[in-house]
Design a protein around this ligand. Structure first.
Ligand code: HEM
Length: 423
């Protein structure tokens, strides 16, 4: 995912232009904004149809073709693995990992953006790449954190920072290569993670393309899940009435049903998560290279041009959403008058055939976080009514500091057991 760095209010001007120009306009000399829902769907579908991975570097140098690998094969390997991970047991493990990471920081005055980023990334890492030594996991995590910091930090770092960034990136890449090689040679255990299917595909992919595939997942878990979790906390503390409704639902929910199928077991919480993702979709802009000709009437997108997509701008479009700036999860109730006009209007996970493969597990993670916030922790934030959101590569709450404490001091890992008295 490529996202440019912008000053905070850059989207305001784009929204105004998008409303005036029916969602399709040249943002600058080189990039066409495609913010009209049906056009965004069509451009994505056409551009990624039958997309094939680039040839291996070694083959490019020798001017020969590599074995063809279609991107749909890669996605299907991920989706099959994610399907095997969609069990109550794995969901429970994910939530336990989040709990352990939050427990380490109990009682401290923390930057809640950094904490949620840490919780989301470290708890999801074993889904992407598991069985790492502590040192390997630390390197991979540092690489992802540095990538994210470059995107969320208001000011870019200097030359030394850049060199450190490149060094960490290279060493993290070496970790991934070593893991894949050792698994292929039987020197490391095979794991149920998103890297493992590519061990068997190594002869066809080659190591450099396998590294690209694993890096795509690692980068994907390093950004949106954490920023979505920070936005979730932001809306949670600003909406006491929704805190009450979530707590009521999540205190009464059957733990096994919640772990098996959280979106069915806790529909109010699911609506809350969906509304957070509508209002604060990360990343705010996706930059894409176009390979086809599209005639939009007033302008054309030619092969070789660049275009921008934005779930955020579609979610805030008054032509397809009523009161788009109002936080109201009940707009996702069936038949709600202010709900999505059609399925092209709600796209927090992007567009087929490149749509996020982690949509389900990402939703489980956010719902698990709601469960922890309602049952296990008490979150206090000073002056929540004064909080504001900065729009950088993704929405990032500003000066978001607070403390987490146990609701029942001394309680141990809950395994999602129901508390005797809900708070
Ligand atoms: C709330 C959390 C998440 C959000 C909001 C999110 C959002 C997105 C978006 C907008 C895209 C780009 C889609 C497009 O280009 O049309 C994407 C791609 C992707 N996401 Fe996520 N994502 C989340 C969590 C995850 C998780 C947990 C994983 C993995 C376990 C994941 C794996 C991926 C991958 C591999 C891609 C690239 C797909 C491809 O290139 O075909 N995402 N995500």
């Amino acid at each position: 995912m490529t996202t440019p760095q912008h000053p905070e209010d850059f989207l305001h001007a784009m929204r105004t232009r998008s409303a005036a120009e029916d969602g399709i306009f040249w943002v600058d000399d080189t990039r066409l904004g495609v913010f009209e829902p049906e056009a965004a769907r069509r451009v994505s579908a056409t551009n990624w149809h039958r997309f094939v991975m680039n040839d291996r570097l070694v083959d490019m140098v020798r001017r020969r073709r590599s074995p063809e690998v279609r991107w749909s094969q890669v996605r299907s390997a991920w989706l099959t693995q994610l399907h095997t991970l969609a069990t109550a047991e794995h969901h429970g493990d994910l939530i336990d990992r989040m709990e352990r990471i939050i427990d380490e920081r109990l009682g401290e005055d923390v930057d809640l953006v950094m904490l949620t980023q840490d919780v989301a990334l470290r708890s999801m890492l074993p889904v992407a790449l598991s069985g790492l030594t502590a040192g390997e996991a630390d390197l991979v995590r540092r690489d992802l954190e540095m990538k994210l910091l470059r995107l969320v930090a208001p000011a870019p770092g200097g030359v030394r920072h850049h060199l450190r960034f490149v060094a960490v990136q290279l060493r993290s890449g070496l970790v991934v290569r070593r893991v894949l090689r050792q698994r292929a040679r039987g020197k490391r255990r095979r794991e149920q993670d998103l890297a493992d299917p590519f061990v068997d595909l190594l002869p066809q992919l080659g190591m450099d393309r396998a590294l690209d595939v694993v890096t795509t997942v690692l980068t994907a878990i390093g950004g949106p899940p954490g920023t979505a979790a920070a936005s979730l906390l932001y809306e949670f503390v600003r909406n006491p009435e929704w805190q009450r409704r979530l707590t009521e639902e999540l205190c009464a929910v059957d733990p096994v049903e919640f772990l098996t199928a959280p979106t069915h077991a806790a529909p109010v919480t699911h609506r809350f998560v969906k509304e957070v993702l509508r209002l604060w979709s990360p990343p705010l802009l996706l930059v894409r290279h176009n390979n086809h000709l599209f005639d939009f009437g007033k302008t054309r997108l030619e092969p070789g041009d660049w275009y921008l997509l934005s779930p955020h701008l579609i979610h805030r479009d008054e032509r397809v959403w009523k009161q788009p700036d109002v936080f109201d999860p009940d707009r996702f109730l069936p038949g709600a008058p202010h709900g999505p006009a059609d399925r092209n209007c709600y796209v927090p996970f992007g567009w087929a055939p490149k749509k996020c493969v982690g949509a389900n597990i990402g939703t489980v993670q956010l719902m698990g976080l709601c469960h922890l916030l309602c049952n296990r922790y008490h979150l206090s934030v000073d002056r929540p009514e004064d909080l504001t959101m900065a729009l950088r590569f993704a929405p990032v709450p500003e000066n978001f500091r607070g403390r987490l404490a146990l609701r029942r001091p001394g309680s141990r890992s809950t395994d999602l057991e129901l508390p005797e008295n809900c708070p």
